[in-house]
Design a protein around this ligand. Structure first.
Ligand code: ADP
Length: 485
């Protein structure tokens, strides 16, 4: 178990290159969801601390933006190396506050490093244009410049990599940041301060503030020095942040909720589909925005798929994330457990059957049994609501069009998955699904090279891919005249 003396467990905020408490001295306790005991405390910062961090970031921006893309790439490569050199310690810290299995936590920290490296490279390719001019004596130049101070707000389910997707492109583009990690999992966020120091990133370029979400959020949205808000979290809070950012007309990038469908057609390889289903559903105990929320299975393979998914679900090893072989950790808190129970009760009252799991786990606390529910129908709450827990509701459909229509019947449009062995159907279904990310015969598709982002009420903007840096750049058009040509 990690000791409190670990260099990454910082019980202070990182503002202008210094580790500081809240002005009031107030703190918030952080709990280990697997054991229920307190890990430590963090400062309960608010508006004043956030304003100070923004002012530091603004001051740092004036010199950071003048560094060359190559100089920034060198520092980001050092940041990447600092993450990888400390992958085990960072992963343990993540398990301690978040609960996911150690192997998944190591994977997440590795992804954080990969994002930083990717954007170190992309920053060097933030090209502008020289446009053919309609005037003989004028030239048209289009340049890309960093937008300025970035406010970043991140959730508890991927407390390391969600910040990597924001800090990485921001720094590569020449922007500076004020980040607010989730209060449940702040240490993986504060660790970015330690890593930034270790990599030699100048003070004020990365600032991390913890505390009152609404006070920090309000200051980030309202302060005119912040030029962009990037948020990952619920659609409800995302909409509120967009509204609050309107008065100062900030750029916004939003990675919001999902309601991922997973379709299995009669012509699919059912074993492969079950394997993909387990990965797409139970990773992080079902607590990811791209986790399958609804399984739609065509009637010809319905019984076979249900039977095989029950078997695979019952084989999952539940336990503390730090124990060897654990495949599913606890849920983040009691209210997450209650939400899962409510959704199961709603479904069974409307005719669904619990065919695997269905209860709190014998381990107690916030552990929940991996669950499969058959005979799901569209009037049940999980047709429209994110479960964010280890529950697989399985709906039945007859025709391809019906399956696609059911999959699209949601305000969300983040990730979806479908399994088929037919090439024509692959294209028909892919083109029919209104989602930003589509896995065809694959259950895990996120990678730094590809643009991650939702359609409809799942968000705005992309993270990763070459698109991931664009939101951190302003486009300027310069017309140079009087050339006498
Ligand atoms: P989740 O369901 O993942 O907890 P939230 O949208 O509630 O999603 O939280 C995501 C992030 O948004 C967290 O860092 C949280 O502290 C922050 N947050 C919550 N409420 C607000 C708010 N009113 N203003 C700004 N940030 C907020």
């Amino acid at each position: 178990m990690l000791q409190k003396t670990s260099q990454f467990l910082r019980e202070a905020n990182y503002i202008d290159g210094a580790w500081v408490g809240a002005d009031s001295g107030a703190t918030v306790e952080v709990t280990n969801p697997a054991a229920g005991q307190t890990i430590g405390t963090i400062p309960k910062g608010g508006r004043t601390e956030t304003r100070r961090a923004i002012e530091a970031a603004d001051k740092a921006f004036h010199s950071w933006k003048k560094t060359s893309a190559n100089e920034r790439a060198v520092l980001l490569r050092k940041l990447h190396d600092a993450i990888m050199d400390n992958q085990d310690a960072l992963a343990e810290l993540l398990v301690l506050e978040q609960g996911k299995p150690l192997a998944e936590a190591k994977g997440e920290v590795g992804m954080s490093a990969a994002y930083v490296l990717w954007f170190a490279e992309e920053g060097r390719r933030a090209y502008g244009d020289l446009v053919p001019s309609p005037w003989a004596d004028r030239r048209i130049m289009v340049t890309k410049e960093p937008v300025g101070v970035i406010g970043a707000i991140t959730p508890w389910n991927f407390p390391s990599s969600m910040l990597a997707r924001k800090i990485g492109p921001a720094l590569a583009a020449g922007c500076t940041t004020v980040a607010k990690p989730a209060t449940q999992t702040p240490y993986s966020g504060l660790a970015w301060g330690v890593l930034a120091e270790e990599a030699g990133i100048p003070k004020g370029v990365v600032n991390i503030v913890t505390g009152s979400a609404s006070e920090i959020g309000d200051e980030l949205c309202e302060n005119p020095l912040v030029r962009k808000i990037t948020f990952t979290g619920s659609t409800e809070i995302g909409k509120m942040l967009i509204k609050k950012s309107a008065d100062t007309v900030k750029k916004v990038s939003m990675e919001l909720g999902g309601n991922a469908p997973f379709l299995v057609f009669d012509d699919a390889d059912v074993d492969r589909a079950v394997q993909g289903a387990v990965a797409a559903k139970y990773r992080n105990s079902g607590q990811t925005c791209v986790c399958t929320n609804r399984f739609f299975v065509q009637e010809g393979v319905y019984d076979q798929f249900v039977e095989k998914l029950i078997q695979a679900t019952n084989e999952l090893k539940v336990g503390s994330g730090l124990e060897d072989g654990t495949q599913q950790g606890p849920l983040i808190d009691q209210s997450a457990v209650e939400k899962v129970e409510e959704l199961i009760a709603d479904a069974t009252s409307k005719g669904a059957k619990v065919v695997a799991g269905g209860n709190r786990h014998a381990l107690g606390g916030t552990f929940f049994e991996p669950t499969v529910i058959s005979d799901a129908s569209p009037d049940m709450r999980f047709m429209q609501e994110e479960i964010f827990g280890p529950v697989s509701p399985i709906f039945r459909f007859k025709e391809e069009d019906e399956g696609v229509a059911l999959a699209n019947d949601t305000i969300f449009g983040l990730a979806c998955y479908f399994y088929t062995g037919d090439l024509g159907r692959t294209f028909r279904v892919m083109e029919g699904l209104r989602y930003g990310l589509i896995g065809v015969n694959e259950g895990i598709i996120t990678t730094v090279e590809a643009p991650f982002g939702g359609l409809k009420e799942s968000g705005l903007g992309k993270e990763g891919g070459h698109q991931g840096i664009e939101d951190y750049l302003d486009t300027k058009y310069v017309c140079i005249g009087g050339l006498g040509l």
